[in-house]
Design a protein around this ligand. Structure first.
Ligand code: ARG
Length: 293
């Protein structure tokens, strides 16, 4: 069962706008009430993950770095190796040193084997823009609003695994993990309007039609694509009935949570988590009929 990194929400707030979902005015209308709601939502997410069988590693937050509550952006992690992120925007750049220290400490404790750096100057916002597809054995690497296109090549080199670049074209879907979610059974849940025509072609070339699940604008706006799969359970912000039904039909059990305080910062379940112990070959997770012929 997965080992997942989260950041304690004590210093979470919505203080600036770096994506179109962020609402500092709504947060600061009732900072104490929102902070309490955020703590409750965070605890509900942690509880749901534990209940699904995950083990949690909880990092302290840092005053003045509210978005550290989204450790998906800290690094890409696979096979005991962490490739540290570099942030596009000055509001989040001070997180880099904090996350680096945290990852080095995890390496000291034996939770990771290696901590790698991106080449100088290259922007790549961690697992927010780089999702491992366990069923296919490759990464999907988002670029455009935040991460650079050439990061895909560095990721492939660092992990010895293919990274399929997907261009994101909408400021609302500024990270891949808000519009795309590879599921353990080989299905891919995605919101087509977020992608360039070439990215849509790449998705459709690799994911056969029966495994493609197109999510509508409502599901995307509710951050349901920002989901955390734990086995056949999907932990996500509360889904619209239609999406819940589609996923149930595919054999997934959905835990829907109220993550509204984090959606005020443009993030939800997947952004708030980073799996630390994912392996590229797990056997059970592979879908034999997808093996590249
Ligand atoms: N406010 C944060 C930002 O704009 C939200 C990050 C959400 N994380 C994610 N993996 N999508 O960077």
């Amino acid at each position: 069962m997965p080992h997942i990194l989260m950041t304690d929400p004590a210093h979470f707030a919505v203080d600036y706008v770096i994506n179109p979902w962020m609402q500092p005015a709504a947060w600061h209308g009732d900072p104490a009430g929102n902070a309490a709601a955020a703590r409750a939502a965070w605890a509900a997410l942690a509880g749901a993950l534990r209940e699904a069988g995950a083990r949690l590693e909880v990092l302290e937050g840092v005053p003045g770095l509210p978005d550290m509550v989204f450790p998906a952006n800290a690094a890409v992690v696979l096979d005991g190796r962490a490739l540290l992120a570099r942030f596009a925007l000055p509001q989040r750049q001070p997180e880099e040193a904090r996350f680096r220290a945290a990852f080095l400490a995890m390496r000291e404790r034996g939770l990771l084997d290696e901590v790698l750096e991106l080449e100088a100057g290259l922007v790549q916002e961690g697992a927010g823009d780089c999702l491992w597809d366990a069923a296919r054995g490759h990464f999907w690497a988002g670029h455009g609003p935040r991460s650079e296109a050439r990061a895909a090549g560095c990721i492939a080199e660092a992990f010895g695994r293919e990274a399929v670049a997907l261009e994101l074209v909408s400021p609302r879907f500024y990270h891949l993990d808000v519009c795309f979610c590879p599921l353990p059974g080989g299905e891919v849940l995605y919101h087509p309007a977020a992608f360039s025509p070439a990215a849509l072609r790449a998705i459709r070339e690799r994911v056969p039609a029966p495994l493609r699940i197109e999510a509508d604008a409502e599901a995307a706006a509710r951050f349901c694509l920002n989901a955390v799969p734990v086995g056949r359970r999907l932990v996500m912000a509360r889904p619209p009935a239609r999406l819940a039904a589609i996923l149930a039909e595919r054999g997934y059990r959905v835990t829907g949570l109220d993550l509204a305080p984090f959606i005020l910062a443009g993030g939800a379940a997947a952004c708030m988590t980073l799996p630390l112990d994912r392996r590229s070959v797990t056997g059970a997770a592979r879908v034999p009929e997808l093996a590249e012929g």
